[in-house]
Design a protein around this ligand. Structure first.
Ligand code: ADP
Length: 453
């Protein structure tokens, strides 16, 4: 059974069940019908013999049968035997060849070469030690024989019945399973061609197969999205890496051909250095994001004072001419991976300084929000972001205006910030007005740190 298809297995199961049930019903019907018929025949036999009893007279050893005595009536033969079991009167049915011993008052079935008879003996006493036997014999009615024949015929017709039952079941099951074949065919086609745009046609009935189809189609939708964004990511990453490599190659060739003085060579080396730094930063950002996305980044959660962490990050920041203000609610702690949270804050502060005014202000604050949320905000009064671009800036490699970002920008910073926020169990929000400034806020829900432990 193991190697067989589900359809064949169900067919075999149903056929066996049908066989068992119909067999059981048939046997039940047969035995009830037989016992009713036998019971009726026995009553009939007993009545016939009993009614003849009144017409038997044995006087001084001489048998006298009155006129009412019926030797044959309604299929019942009545015979009279002497006490020594010699037939005195009546005719034994021709086919009743058995020499059945006498037994007073016992109605029984006697099998004579496959034919069944009912026999009843009654002792008619005369004086102390004499008398005659009255024997009733009746062939079992046709009906019982017919039942037997039906049983035999059913046994013979059983193979055909089994075949038809199996065939019928198989056709019905195959039709019911057709949507599954469609699902299998479409999934195989998608698997073979790797074309994730294919969808399984939804079956007309809203049954289990329709729900399975919806689930598969939903899965293909998500796979297609993930595949597309992965393709885009690889294309963008290659593009971003190709640019510094081309610059480095160009600088090397130029230096070989035209750089004569040590100053000229130093200038080329500095340019190569800058581009190599950019590549190295990009590669570590890509690696870090991939680890975060796949959950393979090693994390160590510990309770930390958010104000202190903010102070540390701001102290390291290169502010240029801008002013950095820290507003931290005291003793506000959370269980976080400090390295990750530090990376998130550094990214936001660097962006605020980069896209803020050269002599502008940047405010970094730590506070408690609604429902006990812990909020970390970085606000600047710089160029701001247009409303239609506020959702885009979170995408990998997206830069609003690459010419405004210095050479260190790659468009990966905010994508990583959002990924870190999710890893810490929180989320990011952005409020921004062009030419007024932007506020990036990390929301750490009250329970997020405990969930992450
Ligand atoms: P980049 O490496 O270009 O800074 P990010 O992912 O950090 O990449 O930012 C994506 C884009 O969002 C930037 O190119 C910039 O245009 C915009 N942006 C980020 N932070 C700010 C900010 N504080 N003010 C204005 N624009 C910003």
């Amino acid at each position: 059974m193991k190697g067989l298809s589900v359809k064949v297995r169900i067919t075999v199961g149903i056929t066996l069940m049908m066989l068992l049930l119909s067999g059981a019903v048939l046997v039940c019907l047969m035995s009830i019908s037989r016992s009713v018929t036998v019971q009726t025949a026995m009553t009939q036999l007993s009545q016939a013999v009993q009614s003849n009893l009144a017409y038997v007279d044995v006087d001084d050893g001489a048998l006298a049968l009155d006129d009412g005595f019926q030797f044959y009536h309604s299929g019942v033969y009545t015979l009279v035997y002497s006490s020594t079991e010699t037939l005195l009167a009546g005719q034994v049915p021709v086919s009743f060849t058995a020499s059945e011993p006498f037994s007073n008052g016992e109605t029984r079935i006697v099998d004579v070469d496959g034919d069944e008879y009912i026999v009843l003996d009654l002792w008619v006493a005369s004086g102390w030690d004499d008398g005659v036997w009255l024997r009733g014999i009746m062939e079992l009615p046709e009906q019982v024989q017919t039942s037997r024949n039906i049983l035999i015929m059913t046994m013979i017709a059983l193979p055909l019945f089994v075949f038809l039952a199996a065939l019928g079941s198989y056709i019905i099951i195959r039709r019911a399973f057709r949507p599954l074949d469609n699902i299998t065919a479409t999934v195989s086609a998608i698997n073979d061609t790797s074309d994730l745009t294919g969808r399984i046609p939804t079956p007309p009935n809203r049954d289990e197969f329709a729900r399975l189809t919806d689930t598969f189609n939903g899965m293909f939708e998500r796979l297609e999205d993930a595949f597309e964004s992965e393709k885009q990511f690889i294309a963008d990453a290659s593009h971003e890496l190709r640019t510094p490599v081309s610059i480095i190659k160009g600088a090397c060739e130029y230096a070989e051909k035209y750089d004569d003085t040590p100053e000229e060579r130093q200038e080329s080396i500095s340019m190569i250095h800058r581009q190599a730094d950019k590549m190295s930063r990009l590669i570590s950002q890509l690696l870090s994001m991939t680890r975060l996305e796949h959950g393979t980044e090693r994390l160590s959660f510990e309770r930390c004072d958010l104000g202190e962490l903010v102070e540390e990050v701001c102290a390291e920041a290169d502010c240029g001419g801008a002013k950095l203000h820290v507003e931290a609610e005291p003793e506000l702690t959370a269980s976080v991976d400090t390295a990750l949270l530090g990376r998130l804050l550094r990214n936001l502060v660097e962006n605020a300084l980069r896209y803020g005014r050269p002599d502008g202000d940047v405010w970094v604050s730590v506070s408690r929000g609604q429902n006990g949320e812990k909020l970390l905000s970085v606000r600047d009064n710089g160029i701001g972001i247009a409303p239609e671009q506020q959702e885009q800036v979170w995408k990998r490699f997206y830069q609003v205006d690459p010419s405004r970002s210095d050479s260190s920008g790659s468009g990966l910073g905010l994508a990583m910030v959002r990924q870190i926020a999710q890893t810490l169990g929180g989320y990011m929000t952005l409020e921004s007005v062009p030419d007024k400034g932007s506020t990036f806020t990390l929301h750490l829900p009250e329970k997020a740190d405990e969930n992450k432990k």
